[in-house]
Design a protein around this ligand. Structure first.
Ligand code: ATP
Length: 277
């Protein structure tokens, strides 16, 4: 897949938007969860971070959005740049203002509010009411199902609709980089296809760069341009989505012959350690 020509700021595609350089993350000052990770997302890119449970994918996203501090985690080494500026000294709200949106794992929405109210609550950074209405309509255009459920409290939406709403809330901040943590979790294959297709369009047509964390390697590689495989806090493979998908070990242990990944098999894969040597 090719990258889109420009992002939503008109910046030419291909320039680096996000750069992690040799980043280490410590929890509680002792547990080294990320061990020297370097990752790039170019303007207009759609990048997948793949790996099993506990590999460190969510921690990488939290280091970018700044949400590590609430979990007693910190970046202990390395650098992170976004749109050419150093990120590490910035508080999470400032990172949002600069265009970083993080959709956490687990579809966090306000259950007692309707979809529209949820979107409004996510737009507190905008003072112009007309602009907020435009953004809301844009989100409803990406996710027509949410408009159809406009009068329903979010707690009564289906899992897929709640995931759409969580992504919609992130879009209300007009991100340059949309980070999604396991959007496919617990959803039926049909819904995963529907949501991933919309994510692909948000990237291609909306010009929003995407960093997608997924255990569902089949779905993620189906829309990504580039992929990183994370294991035990390290990047053990990186390349175009096509190259990663074509790798025999990825085929065997992550793509399971086209089915959902069987992570029990990853144990055997680890024994071979072919990518680490
Ligand atoms: P999952 O898909 O299960 O979310 P992941 O690849 O996102 O896995 P992380 O959640 O980033 O992995 O976890 C990476 C490592 O950091 C794990 O060993 C985990 O136990 C540890 N870890 C994560 N959060 C914390 C925390 N708040 N305090 C201490 N250790 C943590």
């Amino acid at each position: 897949m090719t990258a889109h020509a420009t992002d939503n700021t008109g910046t030419p595609a291909g320039e680096k938007l996000l750069e992690l350089n040799n980043v280490e993350v410590l929890y509680d000052n002792v547990a080294l969860a990320i061990k020297g990770v370097s990752i790039d997302v170019v303007q207009g890119g759609l990048v997948a971070l793949l790996g099993a449970n506990g590999a460190g994918k969510s921690t990488i996203l939290k280091s970018i959005s700044g949400l590590l501090s609430v979990e007693r985690g910190r970046v202990s080494r390395g650098g992170t740049r976004f749109a050419g500026a150093d990120l590490l000294g910035l508080a999470p709200p400032e990172r949002v203002r600069r265009g970083i949106a993080h959709v956490l794992e687990g579809r966090r929405v306000f259950e007692h509010l309707t979809p529209g109210e949820n979107l409004l609550a996510a737009a507190s950074m905008h003072r112009d009411k007309r602009h907020v209405t435009e953004l809301t309509e844009k989100v409803f255009a990406w996710f027509p199902r949410l408009k159809e459920r406009a009068r329903t409290q979010a707690g009564y939406l289906s899992g897929g609709e709640q995931q759409m709403l969580a992504i919609g809330r992130a879009l209300m901040t007009e991100p340059r980089l949309l980070m999604l943590d396991e959007p496919s979790l617990g959803l039926s294959p049909l819904l995963v296809d529907e949501i991933f297709d919309i994510v692909r369009r948000i990237n291609q047509e909306g010009g929003v760069s995407v960093l997608l964390v997924e255990q569902n390697a089949v779905a993620a590689l189906g829309i990504a341009h580039h992929a990183y495989l994370v294991e035990n806090g390290r990047v053990v493979m990186a390349g175009t989505a096509e190259a990663v998908q074509a790798n025999p070990d990825v085929q065997e242990f992550y793509l399971g012959g086209g089915h959902q990944t069987d992570y029990h098999a990853v144990k055997h894969y680890r024994r071979r350690k072919r990518w680490l040597s």
